[in-house]
Structures are given as structure tokens and as C-alpha cells.
Design a protein around this ligand. Structure first.
Ligand code: BGC
Length: 364
């Protein structure tokens, strides 16, 4: 009898070990209800500060909610990003969160995702030319441009009737990034009345995206174009305004201006816009080399996207506030647009330090 009992006991123990190994016993998974389900997060590059923050925030919040996260960076290579997404699909991701490199290049791999019933959230940048993108979360990209244009108008008191004329040059973002067109549209629509009336003079005449876009949002590309503009059009006159859509471009533009002798009383730095509040650029704001940067709090965007993930997992409808703007060529993608604000030397402490985004030491 004793022997039978101990054999039975051993069998029960074996069975429970086997059950645990196959995952039939619930495993504790963080504090949230994610139960360890896999979420793939594909980010474009580590080379820009903001994407590192975006990725880290997403991973942190998703893990807190109990998910397992596969976070990948693709060094701005479309092929690498496609193969990272393929891998996420193979590993059994339930949802893909993708900040694309080239918005037009993911149709094939997202077709595979759709076959596996994987939901797709476009992060910050719209994914185009495919029906297989379920939601889009971003900042109001058109408003980013409006804030930049309005900053120029306010600083020069153009609405109060200041006539200039002021010289200006315009830069565009990466031509493969849908956002680049929205930033440009918002800024140029805001500034157009003053360009048309001759208060703002674009000496190069270059305003088409084909002429002004900087592939890959590269600082070096912006620096080279600014060098060329200064040589060709500003040998005898200063440039008063440079409209830069983001901070990586603004870094290159500042490098070019410095090399050309800007930053003295006879050659003051032009009004220069930007976006992202990268640490290097906030330092440029403090040093008077850049005038403003649009602040897009990556914590807010990550929170919003994690909220979308939770809703999809629960089978409820994610929070959406725009169902009209972002047509990806196949459908209008239901979107949530967060609100951007501008930072300059007067308000950066409140916006960036008091809110805990940066420490004072990081900006020294
Ligand atoms: C983002 C910007 C960023 C740029 C370069 C855009 O899609 O919205 O915040 O500066 O890409 O990475």
C-alpha cells in the first residue's frame, strides 16, 4: 500500500512539473494583465535621441502592464526593419508597434502579419500603401509646423505690421517620412501670407520638397545644404530666419552657421526652429544658437500607445481623436494625435526640467 502511495505521489509530482513546463500553470507576469503576451516594438534608429526615449518608455510601460517586449532598432535600414518585423511575427507577437523608416515599404511584411491576425499600430509615422495598419498614434504633425511658423511671426512681430524684409531659408525632412510633408505644410501655410507680401524673402527661391528635403533626417545633409546656401546666396547679406523642421537638421544648420562666422554682433544667429527638444538642441537654445524646438513629450505618446495595446487585447475600441486626417493611400487610419507645444529659452525649465523630462545636469 505504502509503495502504491509513493508511486502515485511521484506521478502527481511529475505531472505538475510537466504542466508547469508547458505553461499550463499560470505564471506570474508583472503587475498588469498582459500575462506575458509578446508585443513587438520596431523603432527606426538609435542615432537620434528621441527614438531611444520612445523605445525605452514603451518597453518600460508595456512590461509594467505584464507584457513581454521585443524591442528592435533598425539603424535606419529598411531591410533590417522588415526582417526584424518578420522575426516578431515568427516569435508569435500579438501586436506590432512600428515607427517606420520608409512609410511605403512595409506592405509585404504587414500582409504576413495580417495572415496571423496580428494587429498593427503605426507609431509616430504613418505606414502607407497597405490596408494592414489598424491604428496610428502620433503628435499633431501639421500643428508642429504651425508652431514653428507662428514662432517666427511672433518673434519678428509680423502680425503687428513689422515689414522687414527678412531673409529666410526653408529645410524639409526626409522625403520617405510622411510627417515631413505635414511639418512643411503647417509651417508654410502659416508663413505664406508674409512670403507672398514680400516681408519674408527666400533668396534661394527653394521651397519645393524636392529641393529642400534632407534624406534620412541627417545632420550632415542639412549642414552641407546650409553651406551651399550661404555660399551661393548670402555672401553679402545675413540670413535672418532658417525654418528647420526638426532638431537633427538644426544641429547641422548650426554647425554650418558657426563655420561661416555667425554668432557675432555683425552676424547674429538667425531665428532657427526645430523639433524634439534633444539635449544637444536644448543646449543650443540656452546658448542662443537655436531659437525654439517643438516639444513632443515621448512619455505621453508611449502612454497612449500602451493604452491602445491594452484596449486591443481586451477587445475594446482604443481611444481615437482623429478619423479624417491620415489617409495612407488605401484607407484613413484611425488616429490619436497628441498635442505638441514649443520650448524656448524662456520656458524650457518649466517644460523640460520641472516635468522631470530632463535633469538640470543633463542640460549642462
Ligand atoms: C519625427 C520627428 C523626428 C524625425 C527624425 C519624424 O518622423 O516625428 O520627431 O525628428 O522623424 O527622426
Amino acid at each position: 500500500m505504502k509503495r502504491i502511495l509513493s508511486i502515485l505521489l511521484a506521478a502527481v509530482m511529475l505531472l505538475s512539473v510537466a504542466l508547469m513546463a508547458t505553461g499550463c500553470t499560470p505564471t506570474p507576469a508583472g503587475s498588469g494583465g498582459g500575462s506575458g503576451k509578446l508585443i513587438g516594438v520596431a523603432m527606426p534608429t538609435k542615432s537620434l535621441q528621441r527614438w531611444n526615449q520612445d523605445g525605452a518608455n514603451m518597453k518600460n510601460l508595456l512590461e509594467k502592464a505584464g507584457y513581454t517586449v521585443d524591442l528592435q532598432y533598425a539603424a535606419d535600414s529598411v531591410e533590417m526593419q522588415v526582417s526584424q518585423i518578420e522575426n516578431m511575427i515568427t516569435k508569435g507577437a500579438e501586436i506590432l508597434v512600428i515607427a517606420s523608416i520608409d512609410g511605403e515599404s512595409l506592405g509585404g511584411v504587414l500582409e504576413q502579419a495580417a495572415k496571423e491576425n496580428i494587429k498593427v499600430i503605426a507609431y509616430d509615422r504613418l505606414i502607407k500603401g497597405t490596408p494592414h495598419v489598424d491604428y496610428y498614434a502620433t503628435f499633431d504633425n501639421y500643428k508642429v509646423g504651425v508652431l514653428q511658423g507662428q514662432y517666427i511671426i511672433d518673434t519678428l512681430k509680423l502680425a503687428e505690421g513689422e515689414k522687414g524684409p527678412f531673409t529666410m531659408e526653408v529645410f524639409g525632412g526626409s522625403p520617405d517620412d510622411n510627417n515631413a510633408y505635414y511639418f512643411n505644410g503647417g509651417a508654410m501655410d502659416t508663413l505664406r501670407p508674409y512670403i507672398d507680401s514680400g516681408v519674408l524673402v527666400i533668396k534661394s527661391g527653394q521651397t519645393d520638397m524636392e529641393q529642400i528635403a534632407i534624406p534620412g533626417w541627417k545632420s550632415e545633409g542639412a549642414q552641407a545644404r546650409m553651406d551651399n546656401l550661404l555660399t551661393a546666396y548670402y555672401a553679402d547679406e545675413n540670413v535672418d530666419i532658417v525654418l528647420s523642421p526638426n532638431d537633427s537638421l538644426a544641429q547641422g544648420i548650426v554647425a554650418s552657421l558657426k563655420a561661416a562666422g555667425y554668432g557675432s554682433s555683425s552676424k547674429p544667429y538667425p531665428i532657427l526652429t526645430g523639433q524634439d527638444c534633444d539635449i544637444t538642441n536644448v543646449k543650443q537654445l540656452i546658448a542662443g544658437e537655436q531659437s525654439m524646438s517643438v516639444f513632443k513629450d515621448t512619455r505621453t505618446l508611449a502612454e497612449k500607445v500602451v493604452g491602445m495595446v491594452e484596449a486591443i487585447m481586451k477587445g475594446t475600441e482604443p481611444d481615437i481623436n482623429d478619423t479624417e486626417t491620415y489617409d495612407n493611400g488605401v484607407k484613413v487610419v484611425p488616429s490619436y494625435l497628441c498635442d505638441p507645444v514649443f520650448a524656448d529659452v524662456n520656458n524650457y525649465k518649466e517644460l523640460l526640467i520641472d516635468s522631470g523630462y530632463y535633469t538640470e545636469d543633463q542640460l549642462k
